[in-house]
Write a protein of this length. Structure first.
Length: 450
């Protein structure tokens, strides 16, 4: 079996990265991802899982790191855990279509918590973000789909690695300790598709963030671990996917995958987005009362990971292409409110959901074809090659800013939200990330007496 020093390849790239040499397109994409993270995390902080996580960590208060939207602080590890889970709570966070991975949710959660603790600058965070994102993104383009087909959630597994590298880079670990940090994170990496439709899925992101903080802290303190976690027959790629590919990460530093990062327009699994786009367009020409059957040609990943046939909760609906298509066909829209517990109970949507069939046709998750057959036999179809938000049909900077403002206004108010946008636009010039953390801290909810 080939013994390629893959670990060194990824560690050396991250340690040597110079933000001044990163293409402008990649830097702009990184800042868009960070802004989007702030919006979805603020929105996610109002979800029930946030309260449950804070209750579980009730004794961890008053530390140096902000718990976004909660009006309180905690240790870096707890802040990373809660913020990482909240960022993924609505499944509204960005994704890399090629690698089928949510690269930003755990990464910014960990980096912001540590940057606040260590007094790092905006440029420090931006460089660490690009380094960490590129590490787990390049791993995902080879390992992402194989992990899914074995029942793993690539975000739960691979972002442990990139996030740990990002945090290690942020605190100044040298090559040997970065490799140790990667090894400690890799041995904690996990996440199962069986968790989809439950709070267990966003926990994958929270754990990746918290475990990255722990791994970097342990490596810095002299704790030992594998320094070759990506190599050989006992390395993560071979153990979890059976893949031993000496080209893994060969394009690091020449192909910047953060530039392909997809900002979501819909609060559902990215593998559903193309089908939603097609259904919205078809809603303008079909008669909802006369729909007989709906066929959706989608990717194999969509069938594997986003095909809950009869979702009973909002979380399950986010992973039901059948439900999302039915809902979009009947309403002509797909707002976040469609993916709530109350919305899944609509009788007309539930009835149509039963008549939506999925066919595994495409390799790329950004493609879909939806065909509606009406009761009189007439057919209407629509094909989407690139879902809205994905590389071939991206959200603009203005789109991303509007999404952030819509999500953030209810949590921190419109004027503070506008300050956040301005802060992130000039991120590389900001001298202290504590200023950003203070803007998104929010107010602690009032507690009932007794």
């Amino acid at each position: 079996m080939t013994q390629t020093p893959l670990t060194s390849r990824f560690v050396d790239f991250a340690g040597a990265l110079d933000l001044r040499e990163v293409p402008d397109e990649a830097v702009r994409a990184a800042k868009s991802a960070i802004l989007d993270w702030l919006g979805v995390t603020l929105a996610g902080s109002a979800e029930p899982l946030a309260g449950a996580l804070l209750a579980a960590r009730a004794g961890d208060r008053g530390g140096p790191s902000t718990v976004v939207g909660a009006g309180r602080t905690a240790s870096p590890e707890t802040a990373a855990l809660v913020n990482g889970a909240c960022a993924h709570a609505l499944d509204f966070d960005d994704y890399l279509a090629e690698g089928v991975i949510h690269g930003t949710a755990p990464l910014v959660a960990a980096l912001l918590a540590v940057a606040e603790d260590r007094g790092r600058t905006g440029a420090d965070l931006l460089a660490a973000f690009v380094a960490g994102y590129e590490v787990h993104a390049h791993l995902s383009t080879v390992l992402g789909q194989p992990l899914i087909h074995r029942g793993y959630h690539p975000t739960g597994v691979l972002t442990h690695l990139g996030t740990a590298i990002g945090v290690g880079r942020l605190i100044g670990l040298g090559p040997e300790l970065l490799a140790t940090c990667l090894g400690l994170a890799g041995t904690q990496a996990a996440g199962l598709l069986a968790s989809f439709g439950t709070m267990g899925k966003p926990l994958h992101s929270g754990k990746a963030a918290a475990d990255a903080v722990l791994s970097a802290s342990l490596a810095e303190a002299g704790y030992t671990g594998s320094t070759s976690v990506l190599d050989g027959e006992r390395g993560l790629p071979v153990v979890l996917t059976g893949i031993d590919d000496e080209q893994l990460g060969a394009e690091l530093g020449t192909r910047w995958l953060v530039a392909d990062n997809a900002i979501k327009p819909y609060a559902a699994c990215g593998a559903i987005h193309a089908s939603i786009d097609a259904a919205i367009r078809l809603s303008r020409v079909v008669d909802p009362a006369r729909i007989d059957r709906v066929r959706c040609d989608v990717s194999a990943v969509t069938v594997r990971a986003a095909a809950i046939p009869r979702p009973a909760t909002g979380l399950e609906a986010k992973f039901s292409t059948q439900y999302a298509v039915a809902s979009a066909l009947l309403s002509g829209t797909s707002p976040a409110s469609h993916f709530t517990d109350g919305a899944t109970g609509r009788a007309d949507v539930r009835a149509l959901t039963e008549r939506v069939d999925l066919v595994s046709t495409y390799e790329r998750i950004t493609r879909a074809r939806v065909e509606v057959t009406q009761t009189d036999g007439t057919r209407h179809e629509d094909t989407v090659d690139w879902a809205k938000g994905s590389p071939g049909n991206p959200m603009t900077g203005d789109d991303t800013a509007r999404k952030f403002l819509d999500l953030a206004a209810n949590r921190i108010g419109p004027s503070v939200a506008a300050e956040v946008v301005a802060f992130v636009e000039g991120l590389e010039k900001q001298s202290d990330l504590r200023d950003l953390a203070a803007l998104v801290r929010g107010s602690e909810p009032a507690r009932a007496d007794g």
